[in-house]
Design a protein around this ligand. Sequence first.
Ligand code: C2O
Ligand code: CU
Ligand code: CU
Length: 520
Amino acid sequence: MTDISRRCALITGAASLAAAGLPPSPALAAGAARPALPIPAEIRADAQGTIAFSASTGTRRFLPGRTTATYGYNGAFLGPALRLRRGQVVTVEFTNRLPEPTTVHWHGLIIPGKDDGGPHQAVASGGRWRVRLLIDQQAATLWFHPHFYPTTAAQVIKGLAGLLIIDDDDTIRLPLPSRWGIDDIPLIIQDRRFRRDGQFFERMNIIAVTSGYVGNVPLVNGVPYPEARTARGWLRLRLLDGSNARSYLLKASDDRSLYVIGSDGGLLESPVEMKQIVMNAGERFEVMVDGRSGTPFDLVALPFGAPIMRLPPFDAPVPLVTIRPDGADGAGQLPTSPAQLPRLPADLPAVSQELVMNMFRDQAGMMPLMKAGLTEMANSGRGNPAVIARVTSLIEDDPELSRAAQLSANGVNGKPFALGEPGFTAQRGEMLRWRISEGGDQMLHPVHIHGCQFRILSDRGQTPEAYRAGWKDIAPISAGGVSEILLRFPHPAGPDAPYMAHCHILEHEDSGMMAQFTVA
Ligand code: C2O
Ligand code: CU
Ligand code: CU
């Protein structure tokens, strides 16, 4: 047994909840039945070409004996998978039954700014939003979530997020596993922290606007450490890092290969065989795994990222979900060439836009963590309960910032986001090259651009790894590294409905690390 598979045999969901300072769940006790992986319902347009859905409040039991107030789309937590087809024109009717305004942003969809669901398309409490979408992009696993400024982070924590899946003719002809929830398995990975009273912890304090949300209970499709019973055969896992801030270094507990066949905006030219992959907040990867032997395995998150992201239970390999491929035989196969990608031009355009992510309160956020001994503990490689307690108290007890302090904590190109300011303009239809970097902090920022799917030309100065070289809408930057992307905006975005360019750490986005731009 490898070290990791031994750990996974030992770590149960109960153990990771105990590490979160919570009593172990009787339901997760040894030998008891594990919770089943919930599969989001698929919804397609009706005969009139309409999809109607709503957001509302609800409650859910994530922890034994405690009820948590939630938000959800068509349910208590998360939402259905909207299933659309290339070439389709669909009318979406969204009803906001929440006690606050929200928006519905179609993350990764290539549509005009006025339909994008960004901060400018607020839907009041009790209000409706009707939008007509023309789907014209290749098959992909996208998602939708609120984008209301500056409360996106809080709304996503409560449960607002759903998958948006695009199918196309080319992909339907492939031998891919395609039975939803049987051999085509959506996995939305998130982390949460709970208060003593069972409610979600969330607080925009100095730690949140610098380090981002630090959860200590991993959820997959809204459940701690569920088990998926699947077909026996090749499986297609559609992974979404739906966390507010956390990046994951993922592997299979038994080291079986992860064949990456797709990234944010669609399928890759050929499967990329990996033992571990990194996923940052907002990113999607489609990964195939060989389940023909029927042997179960766990998807495991290895310790990764900033020291604060390695607090227990993330200081050791954490099993996120068990895949038990012991059902009826699956028919899917690993495709040799999932999709065709346009070749990158030999003559690249000159850089037309720079985006620098700024953290104006970096020191204020890092100093208390250093004083608490976090850096020292990280360097020593050994957990120290006193340090963990001090850092946990900073995360949870440090007071909420004033709204003004929150909104000016971070920025892009030297200034915090301001709704209604003109921003910059990008040329419509042209091949563009943008340069993304950060202003000297040591954080990882997954930078997301609306209105397009792009290609990463250089990933922090390096050639992107093969599994990150396809269609993307998020490019990570970190530790002084400069990334370049090649992009094109086919649709307009006017000053009343500009696109956003922002860090997908939602606490950064809600504290100024976002810029707006028009396309003309
Ligand atoms: Cu997924 Cu601008 O967001
Ligand atoms: Cu987006
Ligand atoms: Cu960031």
